[in-house]
Design a protein around this ligand. Structure first.
Ligand code: PEP
Ligand code: MN
Length: 277
């Protein structure tokens, strides 16, 4: 058994507020991040960025270097994607979040984005966590598909130990025996996480379910449950996406989700509070 988490333990009923550019996580709102799985072209990205901005999304996501399971699948546009993201961010006035797969990427991201994502496959990559932490940028830390909540918190503590306390945790689905959905969105686990830590917790219903029909209801469930936000994959023509096409939603659906989230959150009688467990 590894030593238990220390620095991430919840100490009050308030969630720690984490800012990334103008985006805010943990302030009682439900922060929606939208954008394509992979940046594919300037047109694709500008259309999605405009839609995310109009819907009131707080950040634009977009994969530049893709951690694909198969080496024969689209690997992302790489550095060119960063140029396109910077332009799309400037036009839409949205801060950008991009996944770093290697320390070289961290160096490239520091100058260009508002938040660094550490993906599910890299949650246990300590040198990468440390180098992303030392960038000083906020970190979006995704839970590994087979990681326990304690392991996720311990990964966050590698970031905290570098002096960076700007961390948002993301539940993105865990492995199960049933292939009917790509993974299982562990909503109960995400809520338990909120009892264990005061770091903001968001969900990624796209990688969790792998199916576009489930993105809207899962996002709304997370909003109703009192979590801090969601990151969703959006594409102008979802069926044509070069990666994760089956889980991409179109721009109109993103807008509908944003409206429904806002209705749900304003109908909650009390702002969600998570007590020290
Ligand atoms: C992603 O968000 O682009 C991604 C690859 O997700 P995950 O690391 O959760 O698989
Ligand atoms: Mn994806």
């Amino acid at each position: 058994m590894p030593a238990a988490p220390r620095l991430t333990r919840r100490r009050s009923d308030r969630t720690r507020v984490v800012r990334a550019g103008d985006a805010c996580f943990g302030d009682g709102g439900f922060a929606l991040i939208g954008g394509p799985c992979s940046v594919e072209s300037r047109d694709q990205l500008l259309v999605v960025a405009g839609a995310v901005e109009r819907a009131g999304g707080v950040m634009l996501r977009g994969g530049a270097w893709k951690p694909r399971t198969s080496p024969y699948d689209f690997q992302g546009l790489g550095d060119l994607a960063i140029e396109l993201l910077v332009e799309a961010g400037r036009r839409s006035r949205l801060p950008i979040v991009v996944e770093a797969l290697a320390e070289r990427h961290v160096a490239m991201l520091v100058a260009n984005v508002a938040m660094i994502q550490i993906g599910a496959r890299n949650m246990h990559n300590v040198p990468l966590l440390q180098s992303a932490a030392r960038s000083g940028l906020p970190i979006l830390l995704k839970r590994g598909p087979s990681a326990t909540l304690d392991e996720l918190l311990l990964a966050a503590e590698y970031v905290l130990l570098e002096g960076n306390d700007r961390i948002v945790l993301c539940e993105r689905g865990i492995r199960s025996f049933d292939a009917a959905t790509r993974n299982v969105l562990d909503l109960g686990g995400a809520l338990r996480l909120k009892e264990m830590t005061d770091l903001p917790v968001i969900v990624d219903p796209s990688h969790a379910s792998g199916r576009r029909s489930l993105i809207e209801p899962l996002t709304l469930a997370a909003a109703a449950a009192g979590l801090d936000g969601a990151m969703v994959e959006v594409h102008p023509k979802p069926e044509e996406a070069l990666s994760d096409a089956a889980q991409a939603i179109d721009c109109a659906t993103f807008l509908r989700i944003a409206r429904a989230v806002s209705a749900i959150r304003s109908s909650l009688l009390d702002p969600p509070r998570f007590a020290i467990a």
